[in-house]
Design a protein around this ligand. Sequence first.
Ligand code: SAM
Ligand code: SF4
Length: 327
Amino acid sequence: MQGLADSHGRRFRYLRLSVTDACNFRCVYCLPNGYRKPAGAQAPLGVSEIRNLVSGFAAMGFWKVRLTGGEPTLRRDIVEIAHEISSIPGIRKVALTTNGYRLAQLAGPLRAAGVNALNVSIDSLNAERFRKITGQNRLHDVLKGIDAAFSSGFSAIKVNAVLMKGHNDLDLDSYLEWIRRAPISVRFIELMRTGDNRKLFEGRHLSAGTIQLKLLASGWSMRHRSEGDGPAVEFEHPEYVGRIGLIAPYSRDFCRSCNRLRVSSQGDLRLCLFGEEGHPLRHLLRFEHQRDELIAAVRELIGEKAAAHYLHDGKYGNTQDFAAIGG
Ligand code: SAM
Ligand code: SF4
């Protein structure tokens, strides 16, 4: 079957699936007041709906799926979900993005269920700053989770840190010291403006370019991208085992290499993280035999994908926070 491409010549093979909107952290840029279930919210997609969804995308050539949220490990059936997805023919990579709070217990079962890539969010390596940013005094537990992940056979782990002026830009040296010997890729993500974080964005946003200049000045060099890569530009250094990645959605060419689509925990297709609305697919996920209909719907919707987001114009779609669609 033909792969999926849009009218701007971009091919899509990477699905980011939010499995829940709920989260137990209160990150200042995402859910500063904690998660509250919206009145009348439906249950998130069940395991069989997820299987039907991913099978449909796999039939269009998708080979990478990232499980995200909210906090995906809040779902009691996360291991079963991972197992279902990794058993679908054509799916070669199953990744999980997590705040790491249950990773120490779950790393082994997730690995056994076929998860082969892990992103753990650690916004500071300083315990007090970590607590201030996430609302949880859990740095120690999250670091134990990373040890457990290495012991369970995860070979390369990515750590996400949202760049914030006066917070984790002060930690750059500790991240570098950490990855001198550890095969970890630390991804600094530029803080993105959402409906809920205007004040924080205005006070704390820091361009990834400032980190890039520091890296280039101290012997780091840029690596080439390969297919299926996420949005990070990666840097390496001969004296460091780990790498640094920079994710700069405000940079000029960010959207040109877009290779991913998102589905929310309620089964809405989001063509762009900053798109205006979701397109419901849930009614096409009840039965296996609806696959052709699902594929036809996605093929039609991809025609609506815009060439780029309009963040530079101060527009951020109707995204209140990223917990709802997985960041
Ligand atoms: N709860 C999991 C976690 O935090 O890793 C998965 C979901 S979270 C929404 C996915 C990623 O989006 C995290 O790395 C988080 O730091 C990032 N994120 C959330 N809000 C953001 C924002 N406003 N700007 C940049 N990154 C953001
Ligand atoms: Fe939760 Fe992740 Fe959002 Fe933090 S970034 S509040 S851990 S969903």
